[in-house]
Design a protein around this ligand. Structure first.
Ligand code: SIN
Ligand code: FE2
Length: 211
């Protein structure tokens, strides 16, 4: 029987390995922990209705941040759910990254910061809470490696997987913007970048349609 051809990620998917140098990665991690020590500590997100905790903890940069809890579910909010403070501004390096790779005429509004521990995962999902679906999602991997999986528009369709390393950038634009994707696993202990260990993923999005 002929082998099934390998699935290739949809158009608009880009992996830019080693986009950020070690020094740039350290600056980004410093910005995350400076934010976490002021008004934007990592919080425990929970699934809508069940209240089940996600296996990552989260914070955000930017005018809007993605949050989820049992009662109100997935949404964007201008302020931290526990401190009530506005999210800190996005680091300049992220604004520059967006202008270099998003090919979008307006700035990003949200940068979700997900901290994966050794046993964290992210189930297959489509980023669906933004109005500006024509803008790419741009993400940065920091710290431990992860196995990232991407398919197409159907949850049960074929997928491809790849290892993401610290400093890599992924762009989900075009058809890939509506593609299922997730993180199968973390390879713990491989990196010394994140204090206390693990992987931090920064996911930038345009949320509202530009005026
Ligand atoms: C996500 O799509 O929610 C996260 C992707 C990643 O952690 O690389
Ligand atoms: Fe996502």
């Amino acid at each position: 029987m002929p082998a099934r051809p390998a699935f290739s990620p949809p158009d608009g998917f880009r992996l830019l390995p080693g986009y950020f140098s070690r020094a740039q990665q350290e600056k980004l991690i410093d910005a995350v922990f400076a934010a976490a020590e002021t008004g934007a500590p990592f919080f425990q997100p929970r699934m809508p209705r069940t209240g089940q905790p996600l296996s990552v903890t989260m914070t955000n940069f930017g005018p809007l941040g993605w949050v989820t809890d049992r009662t109100k579910g997935y949404r964007y909010e201008p302020a931290h759910p526990e401190t009530g403070q506005n999210w800190p501004a996005m680091p300049d390096a992220l604004m520059t990254l967006w202008s270099e790779v998003s090919n979008y005429p307006a700035p990003p509004e949200a940068c979700l910061v997900n901290w994966y521990r050794a046993d964290s995962r992210m189930g297959l999902h489509v980023d669906f809470d933004e109005e500006a679906t024509d803008a790419a999602v741009v993400s940065v991997s920091l710290g431990d490696k992860a196995r990232f999986r991407i398919g197409g528009p159907e949850r049960k369709g074929p997928t491809a997987s790849m290892v993401l390393s610290s400093g890599d950038v992924v762009v989900l634009g075009g058809a890939a913007r509506r593609s299922y994707h997730g993180v199968d696993r973390i390879y713990p202990g491989a990196s010394t970048l994140v204090p206390g260990g693990g992987r931090i993923n920064l996911t930038m999005r345009r949320v509202t349609i530009p005026a």
